[in-house]
Ligand binder design. Structure first.
Ligand code: PHE
Length: 511
């Protein structure tokens, strides 16, 4: 018996059932009073527990009950309409339609006549006639009695099992009455209730009664319990590991933030340091320093967010002179440049950075001679129409390696290592074009059997590095973070990342 590990309420219920009518069967209401509990939920819980242990059986039945509604209550106070008319008719000689209308409310005459006709009353020459007085009287009396029975039952707050009003009636007549009053509006209401009977199972015969004493079941192992000797005597509640449990709702990072953190730790692990810089930049650093021609289509208003305030971001003249020379004729790099004439005004236009390469190039300008590995994960802006794969505001994962002997092989290996650490082992590169790198690459990763483009990379051209006094090769790349997030989270719409859909957010995997 001990290994059954019954809970206290189960022990109590089982005890009272063994002492009382458990073999015949008791209702939950009886169980409640026998156990001297106050809450039906405890009865139900204990009964289910005992049922699971095979010690009792729970039988369920659906029973129908009828209650009086407003019209029914009114009929009890005022008398049923057909009864009142019937009494009146029997006092008249003869009962005429004219008098019926004269002495009764208009709203009662119509329905009243309807009821009387159904009882067999007819109208001949303006006079009410009928046959079978006894039968009519009987029927009306039965109706009155039915309603009164329902009322007395409601008043006595009857126990369903004890006084079933149906028993007072011949069952055929009972169902006739139910049928009749169901057709009259607001007279009676039907309630279906599930009723249960708890009956001891044979298995309970072998019970060792002494094991049913109420014990202090320990559900929580506390330091206090362990410090005292109380645990030696205690009985422990066994955990049911098969039960459903709710998922705790704890605070957590947004999946994008979590992904950024993971990227950060991957780069830090690979020996990179992080660079953080402003969104607002000059076109000069964003484009001219990167040898993007001033008439390049990407520089147009429809692709780039330019700022009205401030109207200009002043740049040092000697810097602009160097860019001018490079752009117009290649400066001292041996390049022939783009030709045309370079505009300082264009270079000094403020904009929202269109790529984070604007930051790495400035970092190089400040540290032209020190070998470095730098990365950033930050926000960039482009005038894109929002759709499934585009946002006007998104993030780039940017990086550079500057050191003597750095080469294309090293660039590809670094990118492959990064993606492998992010859980995407299949990476390939394809030739591409950027004005500031040579050679230039496109990086693709394999996702669900398809190659997807995630970013660009290359080795900075001399037109970019030489004016800054850099002599070592610079490997550079820039990749979309949201695209990567779509892969990692399995999304087919980029916008999902920025909809504050709490349910979706809660379900995202921990990255
Ligand atoms: N800046 C490029 C872009 O925004 C990516 C890139 C960075 C390409 C560095 C080459 C080198 O797509």
């Amino acid at each position: 018996m001990d290994d059954l590990n019954l809970l206290n309420p189960e022990r109590v219920l089982l005890s009272v059932m063994l002492d009382d009518d458990g073999w015949r069967g008791i209702s939950p209401e009886e169980a409640l009073s026998l156990c001297e509990w106050e809450d039906q939920a405890i009865v139900a819980g204990a009964a289910h527990g005992l049922q699971n242990h095979g010690l009792i059986q729970i039988e369920e039945r659906e029973n129908e009950y009828y209650y009086l509604e407003a019209e029914g209550e009114k009929a009890i106070v005022e008398g049923l309409l057909e009864l009142r008319l019937w009494n009146w008719m029997n006092e008249q000689s003869p009962p005429t339609m004219a008098n019926l209308q004269l002495y009764h409310e208009k709203y009662e005459v119509g329905p009243g006549l309807g009821l009387l006709k159904k009882l067999g009353v007819t109208i001949e020459g303006g006079v009410l006639k009928w046959e079978g007085t006894e039968k009519i009287r009987e029927e009306i009396k039965l109706r009155e009695w039915f309603l009164q029975t329902l009322q007395s039952v409601a008043n006595s707050e009857y126990d369903n099992n004890q006084s079933n009003p149906e028993e007072a009636f011949d069952p055929d007549r009972w169902s006739d009455m139910v049928e009749h009053f169901s057709t009259r509006k607001n007279f009676i209401r039907k309630v279906v209730r599930t009723e249960r009977t708890y009956t001891l199972d044979e298995k309970a015969i072998d019970l060792d009664r002494s094991s049913l004493h109420v014990v202090n079941l320990v559900t929580d192992i506390t330091p206090e319990l362990l410090q005292s000797d109380a645990w030696k005597e205690a009985e422990f509640r066994a955990f049911d590991v098969t039960l459903d449990a709710s998922t705790p709702r704890t605070g957590r990072s947004h999946p994008m933030q979590a992904l950024i953190e993971r990227i950060r730790s991957v780069f830090l692990e690979m020996g990179f340091s992080e660079l953080v810089d402003d969104y607002v930049q000059s076109a000069g650093w964003n484009m001219d320093a990167l040898f993007i021609p001033q008439d390049h289509p990407a520089r147009e208003m429809q692709d780039t967010f330019y700022l009205d305030e401030p109207a200009t971001l002043p740049l040092p003249n000697d810097l602009m002179d160097t860019w001018k020379a490079i752009h117009e004729h290649g400066g001292e790099t041996g390049s022939s440049g783009w030709g045309g004439s370079f505009s300082n005004e264009t270079a000094q236009r403020p904009l929202l950075r269109t790529h984070t390469t604007v930051n790495t190039i400035q970092y190089l300008a400040q540290h032209p001679h020190d070998a470095c590995r730098v990365f950033s994960v930050d926000r960039v802006f482009r005038k894109e129409a929002i759709d499934r794969t585009h946002l006007p505001e998104f993030h780039q994962i940017e990086g550079i390696i500057m050191e003597d002997g750095a080469n294309l092989q090293m660039l590809v290996t670094t990118l492959k290592t990064f993606y492998a650490k992010m859980g995407l082992p299949e990476v390939r590169v394809r030739p591409a074009y950027f004005p500031y790198t040579e050679p230039s690459l496109e990086i693709e990763v394999k996702w669900r059997g398809k190659w997807l483009e995630l970013g660009g990379a290359g080795i900075f051209r001399p037109e970019v590095t030489e004016p800054l006094g850099i002599s070592s090769p610079v490997l550079a790349w820039g990749m979309g973070l949201e695209r990567l997030a779509m892969l990692v989270l399995g999304l087919d719409d980029i916008r999902q990342l920025y909809i504050s859909d709490l349910e979706w957010l809660r379900q995202q995997p921990i990255l």
